[in-house]
Design a protein. Structure first.
Length: 348
């Protein structure tokens, strides 16, 4: 009965966190989702789709491009992202809940919310978020298939899943292999070195891709740089979710050895506070001026000239904003009548 109530409470808490993330994503990234729909175009051509599927990370890319096309519908970008984030956190919880404490659920939201925050940077591709979901799915598969199996079977299964994930989702497989190593070390501490085999196999695959000229360097093969604009260098916040996930799994595994219920409850409360703090800080990482340009670009694509003229940024003395405002006036046939109702000096 107690376990059933914990599952109900955990599900309700997860739903609440998912709704909060939905609201904040809509308020802080609505126009970034519209931009992604314009930027990551899905070509419905089977030859193109098959060519992508045959390259490492191709499945995540195709799934991403297919999903992003629905972002044109208002609120759909935030809804799909919040739903995918909720599923990711639940999969992480299901992967650990049989061995870890009740704190595993709120802990699982921390790397998910950091991923959602990384999406505020439009140079971070959405397939990185999709790949993070696939990694959580493979962790759950590993926990289901390796339960009460021999150590040799676990290593073979982990290596096979890591290689499969590398083929369908790309560099996220290296993070997956690190998480497997942490889990397996706690399962068989005597042969801990065997837990490094999946990670080593991914490193070898990445090195081969680099030596054969498919990618530029190892950072694109193994790290989150592989989901970022190759010509740019992501900041530390973009990498934070990849750092947080192994830490969350490590903390969850360590709680198995602590029997005090008060500690589990206290850790769960701290995890909720930290996850909410991460979630509410997402708007802090958004470049306000860049986001303003995304909003005005969306209005231009939708030919919503009234929204441009009523936007607060169109009164700023900036050549780009001045031209956007004048374009809206001309499209409404008001350029000569209302040209000098707005500043025309540009930058002073």
């Amino acid at each position: 009965m107690r376990k059933q109530w914990l599952n109900i409470a955990g599900g309700a808490g997860a739903l609440i966190l998912g709704v909060i993330s939905l609201v904040l994503l809509e308020r802080s990234q609505a126009f970034a989702f519209f931009y992604r729909e314009q930027n990551q175009i899905f070509l419905l051509d089977w030859k193109d789709i098959l060519s992508k599927l045959m390259s490492p990370g191709g499945f995540a890319l195709v799934l991403c491009q297919c999903s992003v096309q629905f972002f044109k519908i208002p609120h759909m970008g935030a809804l799909l992202t919040a739903l995918l984030g909720l599923l990711t956190a639940l999969l992480l919880w299901k992967s650990l809940k049989d061995k870890a404490s009740i704190a595993a659920l709120p802990l699982g939201f921390i790397p998910v919310f950091l991923q959602e925050g990384a999406l505020s940077d439009t140079f971070y591709f959405y397939n990185g978020f999709v790949a993070f979901f696939l990694a959580a799915l493979f962790l759950w598969l590993y926990s289901m298939l390796s339960s009460e199996k021999t150590n040799r079977f676990r290593i073979i299964l982990g290596t096979a899943l890591a290689l499969a994930l590398y083929f369908i989702a790309g560099p996220i497989a290296f993070l997956f292999a690190i998480c497997l190593a942490i889990i397996d070390v706690f399962t068989d501490r005597k042969h801990w070195y065997l837990a490094l085999i999946p990670a080593m196999s991914i490193v070898i695959c990445g090195w081969l891709r680099m030596r054969l000229g498919f990618i530029q360097d190892m950072r694109l093969a193994l790290f989150q740089n592989g989901y970022y604009e190759p010509l740019l260098k992501p900041n530390a916040f973009i990498h934070s979710s990849w750092i947080a996930l192994p830490i969350v799994i490590l903390v969850s595994e360590c709680t198995r050895f602590i029997k005090a219920k008060w500690f589990e409850v206290a850790l769960a409360c701290v995890a909720v506070v930290v996850s909410l703090a991460v979630l509410f800080r997402i708007p802090k990482h958004i470049d306000k001026k860049y986001y303003d340009s995304l909003r005005l670009s969306h209005y231009i694509n939708e030919e919503d000239w009234d929204s441009i003229l009523s936007d607060r940024t169109t009164t700023h003395m900036n050549y780009i904003l001045m031209n956007i405002r004048n374009l809206a006036l001309s499209k409404k046939g008001l350029l000569l009548d209302r040209l000098f109702d707005y500043p025309q000096k540009g930058i002073l």
